[in-house]
Design a protein. Sequence first.
Length: 419
Amino acid sequence: MEIPEINKDRLLHDLNAVSRIGLGEGGSVTRLVFSVHELRSRQLLVHLMNLAGLDVRVDAAGNVFGRLPAGRDAPAVLAGSHLDSVVQGGRYDGPVGVIGALEAVRTIKESGLRLPVPLESVCFVGEESSRFGFATLGSSLLAGDVTMDDFANAVDAGGTRLEDVLSSFGIYRENLASLKRDPKTIKAYFELHIEQGPVLEFKKKKIGVVTAIAAPSRFRVVFRGQADHSGTTPMEMRKDALVAAGYLITYIDEVCREYASADKGRVVGTVGAIKVEPGVINAIPGRAELQVDVRSITASSKRKVAGRIKQRARQIARERGMKVELLTIREEEPVALHPRLISLIRTTCEERAVPFEVMPSGAGHDAMQMAKITPTGMIFIPSVNGVSHNPTEWTDPEDICLGTQLLVETLIRAAHAEI
Ligand SMILES: [Zn+2]
């Protein structure tokens, strides 16, 4: 099979251009969903897709599609990722998959290769949960697996509700379902992504062939004690919400360590954000809010751990004579990727003699949502020192080019394959 070669300089140049949008201290990148920087990054993508001569479409949620039509109208093979980032993140989490997919599709277009089905490079809106606590927004809307009620607890640090932002774009309860894309228009979805972990580098492998994605359970825990004077209130008369929170944080660490082994599901749990009120040195905290994230690729283990954490939160509140609220942010099931696509990526690696590792993904991705409506596969490339969601996030440019070249080949194979 004749496989066209990507234009490495163009790929790296465009990735660089994206990383300059939202560039901050120490080379960090901040493009929170629906911020000016995130909107600009999608604008740049639309421009690049137009330059490449693709048919560009932006749906009501802001998901961007660049389509290379085929001779006939058939279900398309899609590839993409996201351009939004965490606060002070790195340059490659997301953009590698978006610009990589664009490079793959325009390479195929320029080669003049005729494929039996259309290709689309995609950028999903709001994959990261950093702003609203709600992840994979655009792909969830496209997969039709979300209702307005799911946004009930999605509020940013400034008090802006996700629901209000969406309604400002004309997305309401009544028309939410219309954002779902007809699965019959999609043949398969691929996502190229940095590993965001240390496994590939440690095992000296160039490519990760992803088998499954660990999905998060996310919830808020709000302890309501009583704010009092820090000097006049005796210790035995306090209802300190932050102390209650402290006990719960320690418990989350303990229970996840108990479930750390492979046979117990490798559960991981994190309290990544905490808000304390009134939040001054001379007052006992009357209110403490924690954001809890629990993940595993084994649904039963994840459920067990999340259940125990909630039970312990209630117990701590009871013992200390305070109230506790448990608010679900997101409940996702772990996802297995498609066996046919997994073997397709494997074969591509084997034929090119590229050392690969078959592995699960600990991080969530848009692929998790796409897998609900279409056969889905993921290709990982190594992260130096396993670092991600951090300004020092780095991947060797040669690895980015290799991953993108393999994506070209994978897309061509998928276009021809029976899936
Ligand atoms: Zn990502």
